[in-house]
Write a protein that binds this ligand. Structure first.
Ligand code: NAD
Length: 368
């Protein structure tokens, strides 16, 4: 049987810096756990634009379609801010999501105990928090037609359309139910059925799937505005949340910040199953290219490392090894190792990107 494959697209800014640490971890799993992953690397975003004049070359897109998983660092930076919209670094990312048909965006919001003080909420509200938000990623308001800025009655009108088909709701809901089964078996579906027809349809479809195919999963429904309020009032009431593209964008950022730092947050985007039964998948930290700290060895590599842990779990069926890697990150934090983003201003000398990566490797060694 061939080894599992991974395409690394490190991208711009701190992307390549944090990816160096992930490469160390991939090598560790090959050497110490007999888990060899065939890695290829390529360019995306500004780095691809510099070389090819496009943020994602067709050859790179073709490679992404062939591998078991893609791991992306970050794209963008001030050097590319004035480029035409069609060739901006972010277009590379959007093309990957669209052509791989990555319709389910998984955003865990997990609060490591050692970092509970970093949340903007009281420690007791967030310590032990573990939420998974599943956001629909390829439809809804960001894609619906008609869209644009038009002239109407002598003034301009800006239009976007919230549009969902039953099958689009069905597939993301099934992904969420499956995930909920692997977690605490509770799913909260979020929309605004009180004021939006797309929300009424969303609720009907999710309810039907739940009753017919997932009766064991405890299903609840919540309006998006209430969900935002509940996330800051009592976030631990949630296990898995499924919602649309627009609400998911906002609610997942809100939930993410409960956990402290952008430098800790992984994500996964999953698509339709391939021949081997695994979904097409791209993993990436939630953060961007952080041009303010790029090249200084200050970036926290944990978000990217934890994104690789999600790849172990969802693309390579290596849940136990994913647990091992997550536990290693948790141990490093519990031992007090901190990059600058995880420290109060003026505290002791922070760990560099490389030192943080090395500490995770040491914790992995200690796990054997
Ligand atoms: P950002 O996430 O890059 O940075 C926001 C703040 O968080 C900065 O102060 C940064 O130093 C800090 N930060 C982010 N990641 C960190 C890490 N791993 N360790 C320590 N500190 C970290 O967001 P931004 O500043 O709004 O955007 C910068 C560029 O990144 C822009 O060009 C933007 O378009 C792009 N961007 C890309 C993605 C992506 O590739 N998925 C996502 C968001 C933004």
């Amino acid at each position: 049987m061939s080894n599992p494959s991974l395409l690394i697209l490190a991208g711009d800014g701190i992307g390549p810096e944090v990816m160096v640490e992930v490469r160390k971890i991939i090598d560790w799993f090959g050497a110490k756990r007999d888990l060899t992953i065939d890695v290829t690397e390529d360019l995306v975003g500004g780095a691809a634009y510099d070389k090819h004049g496009t943020p994602l070359h067709d050859d790179t897109m073709a490679k992404a379609q062939e591998v078991d998983a893609v791991l992306l660092g970050a794209v963008g930076g001030p050097a590319y801010d004035d480029l035409d919209f069609s060739i901006k670094p972010e277009r590379g990312l959007l093309r990957l999501r669209k052509e791989m048909d990555l319709f389910a965006n998984l955003r865990p919001a997990q609060c490591f105990d050692a970092l509970a003080d970093f949340s903007s909420l009281k420690k007791e509200l967030v310590a032990g928090l573990d939420i998974m938000i599943v956001r629909e990623l390829t439809s809804g308001s960001y894609f619906g037609e008609p869209r644009g800025i038009f002239e109407e009655n002598g003034e301009r009108v800006g239009i976007n359309t919230q549009r969902y088909t039953e099958s689009e709701i069905d597939r993301v809901a099934r992904s969420a139910f499956e995930l909920a089964r692997k977690r605490d078996n509770r799913l909260c579906s979020v929309e605004k059925a009180n004021v939006m027809e797309s929300g009424i349809l969303w609720r009907e479809v999710v309810t039907k799937i739940g009753a017919e195919d997932y009766p064991d999963v405890e299903l609840s429904h919540m309006y998006a505005d209430n969900c935002a309020m509940q996330l800051v009032r009592n976030p631990k009431q949630f296990d898995t949340i499924v919602t649309d593209n627009l609400f998911g964008d906002i609610l997942s950022d809100c939930a993410a910040m409960l956990t402290g730092s952008l430098g800790m947050l992984p994500s996964a985007s999953l698509g339709v199953p391939m021949e081997n039964g695994k979904p097409k998948a791209m993993y990436e930290p939630v953060h961007g290219s952080a041009p303010d700290i790029a090249g200084q060895g200050k970036a926290n590599p944990c978000a990217c490392i934890l994104s690789f842990a999600m790849a172990l779990r969802y693309s390579y069926d290596e849940g136990a090894e994913a647990d091992r890697l997550e536990a290693a990150v948790e141990k490093v934090l519990a031992d007090g190792v901190r990059t600058a983003d995880l420290m109060q201003a003026g505290a002791a000398k922070p760990a560099s990107t490389g030192e943080m990566g090395d500490a995770v490797i040491a914790a992995l060694d200690a796990s054997l």
